[in-house]
Design a protein around this ligand. Structure first.
Ligand code: GTP
Ligand code: MG
Ligand code: NA
Length: 457
C-alpha cells in the first residue's frame, strides 16, 4: 500500500466506561455542546462521532504544563462516544474495534464497575492502548474547580481534606485495577507506558483536567502510534449506524479510517436481503465539534480522506446493516467478489443469533441494537423466535402472527428504535399481534412483562 510517512491521519478515539460515568459529558465539554441533556433518559443508545480539529485541542491545552502548540502534528481527533448501559455490549465492541486509542472513564466516587470491567476486557483482547479518566473529581468534598489550570498543579492547591480524599480514592482504584492485573498510575508519574496505564483526574462537567487528558493523548499517539497513524490509500471503512432522516431518506454514518471516498464511487454494503451495490450521491459531514448523531446543518463534500466520520447519501440504503465494512468497487471485475464478501459478513452475524421455536418477534434499528436487545431478553428469560432489522412491515406482523397457533402470548413484536406505520399497526390489530415500541430497551421489557402478567390473570 502507498504510505506517506509525513502525512498523519487523526487517531480514532473511543470513549468507554460504565453507564453515567460522564463519557458524553466529557465530549460535550470538549465541543461546548449539550448533547447529553437531549438524550432519552439521559443515556446514550447509539454510537456518536465528533471530529475535534487540532486548533480546538490547542485551545483547550493552553495551560497544560509542558504543552506547546508546535507539538501537535496530528490533524485532530476523531472521537467515538459509546453507551455504558449494560445492554449495549455490542456497540461498545463495535466502537472499540474501530479505534486506535481509548479513553476509559471511571467515576472516582465509584471506582471499577461492571461495564468498566467489560471495557477493560475488550481493550486488552484487542491490545488497544488507553488512558483512564478519573472523572467527577469535583465531587470530592470541598473541591474548588478551575478548568483553566493544569489539573496536577491544581489538585495540590486544594485544601488538605480534599487532597486526602483524592489520595484515598485514588489508592483504592489503583488496588482495584491491580486486582485485574493492570498497573495504573497518575500520568505525570508514568515513566514506563509498557508497564503502567496512565490516569488523568477530570471533571467532565466543569472542564478540569480535560486539557490534560487531551494533551496526554496527543503526546502518546504521536510518540507511540505514529506508524499506525500514517495515512494509507487503501479504503478502510465501517458502517457505524444506518439512520433514516426526514428529507434525506435512509443514510449511513461511516467511519473512514484510511483511504478516500468520492461522490459517484460505486460501493458495496451488506444488506438484510443480500449485498447492496449503490453509488455515492453525496457525502455530508457535520461541522467540526458537532456530533454526527445530532441533526444539524451538514457540509457537503465531493471527496473525503480518512480519518473522518461522514454521512453517505445513496439509493437503496434501507436494508444496510450497521457494524460491517463498506467496500469501494474500483474495477467491474471486483464486483462479484465484493458482493460475496458483503454477503458473508451478515451470514456470520445472523447465524450467531440462536432462536427458539416459540418466542417473541424482535425488531431493531441496527444489528448492534438488535443484539443488545437480545442480550437483555436473555437475562430476562424472554425467548425469541425470529428477528429482523429495520422498520416493522406487514410481513413482520405475518411472521409474528404464526405464534397465535403455538403460544399466543408470543404473538407480539418488540420493536426497538424503529418506526411502525399506522397502516401496519392497524393490520397488526386485525391479526391479533401486539406491537410494543420503545426507544429505551428496558421500557420494552417492562411493557412486555406487564402484558404477560395481564394475560395470566
Ligand atoms: P451513558 O452514555 O448512558 O453510559 O452515560 P455517560 O457515561 O455518557 O454519562 P453522562 O455524560 O450521560 O453523565 C451522566 C451524569 O453524570 C449526568 O447527569 C452528568 O451531568 C453527570 N456528570 C458527568 N460528568 C460529571 C462530572 O465530572 N462531575 C459531576 N458532578 N457530574 C458529572
Ligand atoms: Mg453517554
Ligand atoms: Na448517561
Amino acid at each position: 500500500a502507498a504510505k506517506s510517512d509525513d502525512v498523519l491521519r487523526s487517531p480514532v478515539l473511543c470513549v468507554l466506561g460504565h453507564v453515567d460515568t460522564g463519557k458524553t459529558k466529557m465530549l460535550d465539554t470538549i465541543r461546548r455542546t449539550n448533547v447529553q441533556l437531549g438524550e432519552a433518559g439521559g443515556i446514550t443508545q447509539q454510537l456518536g462521532a465528533t471530529r475535534v480539529p487540532a486548533e480546538a485541542i490547542i485551545q483547550r491545552c493552553g495551560r497544560v504544563k509542558g504543552f506547546t502548540p508546535e507539538k501537535v502534528k496530528i490533524p485532530g481527533f476523531l472521537i467515538i462516544d459509546t453507551p455504558g448501559h449494560e445492554s449495549f455490549a455490542n456497540l461498545r465492541s463495535r466502537g472499540s474495534s474501530l479505534c486506535d486509542f481509548a479513553i476509559l472513564v471511571v467515576d472516582i466516587m465509584h471506582g471499577i464497575e461492571p461495564q468498566t470491567l467489560e471495557s477493560i476486557k475488550l481493550l486488552i483482547k484487542r491490545k488497544t492502548p488507553f488512558v483512564v479518566a478519573l472523572n467527577k473529581v469535583d465531587r470530592l468534598y470541598g473541591y474548588e474547580s478551575n478548568p483553566q489550570k493544569d489539573i496536577y498543579q491544581h489538585l495540590k492547591s486544594q485544601n488538605m481534606n480534599t487532597q486526602l480524599e483524592f489520595k484515598e480514592r485514588y489508592e483504592k482504584i489503583v488496588v482495584e485495577f491491580a486486582e485485574q492485573g493492570i498497573n495504573v498510575i497518575l500520568a505525570p508519574d508514568n515513566k514506563d507506558v509498557n508497564e503502567y496505564i496512565s490516569m488523568v483526574p477530570t471533571s467532565a462537567q466543569l472542564g478540569d483536567g480535560v486539557g490534560n487528558i487531551m494533551a496526554y493523548i496527543v503526546e502518546h499517539s504521536q510518540k507511540y502510534l505514529s506508524d499506525r497513524l500514517g495515512y494509507i490509500e487503501d479504503v478502510d471503512c465501517t458502517v457505524m449506524e444506518v439512520r433514516s432522516l426526514p428529507g434525506l431518506g435512509t443514510t449511513i454514518d461511516v467511519i473512514l479510517v484510511n483511504g478516500t471516498l468520492k461522490t459517484s464511487d460505486i460501493i458495496v454494503l451488506t444488506g438484510t436481503d443480500g449485498p447492496i451495490v449503490t453509488q455515492i450521491r453525496d457525502i455530508l459531514m457535520p461541522a467540526p465539534l458537532r456530533e454526527i448523531r445530532v441533526k444539524a446543518d451538514y457540509e457537503h463534500y465531493k471527496e473525503i480522506k480518512g480519518s473522518q466520520s461522514v454521512k453517505i447519501l445513496a439509493k437503496n440504503l434501507d436494508k444496510c446493516v450497521a457494524g460491517l465494512p463498506l467496500f469501494v468497487c474500483n474495477r467491474t471485475d471486483e464486483l462479484e467478489i465484493l458482493k460475496k464478501d458483503a454477503h458473508d459478513q451478515l451470514q456470520k452475524a445472523l447465524t450467531s443469533i440462536k432462536k427458539k421455536a416459540e418466542g417473541v418477534y424482535v425488531q431493531a434499528s441496527t444489528l448492534g441494537s438488535l443484539e443488545a436487545l437480545l442480550e437483555f431478553l436473555k437475562t430476562q428469560k424472554i425467548p425469541y423466535s425470529n428477528v429482523n432489522i429495520g422498520p416493522v412491515h406487514k410481513k413482520d406482523v405475518q411472521k409474528a402472527a404464526t405464534m397465535l397457533e403455538h403460544n399466543s402470548e408470543f404473538a407480539c413484536i418488540l420493536a426497538f428504535d424503529v418506526p411502525v406505520d399506522r397502516e401496519v399497526q392497524q393490520f397488526a390489530d386485525r391479526e391479533g399481534v401486539r406491537i410494543f415500541q420503545a426507544n429505551i430497551i428496558y421500557h420494552l421489557e417492562d411493557s412486555f412483562l406487564k402484558y404477560r402478567e395481564e394475560l395470566r390473570l
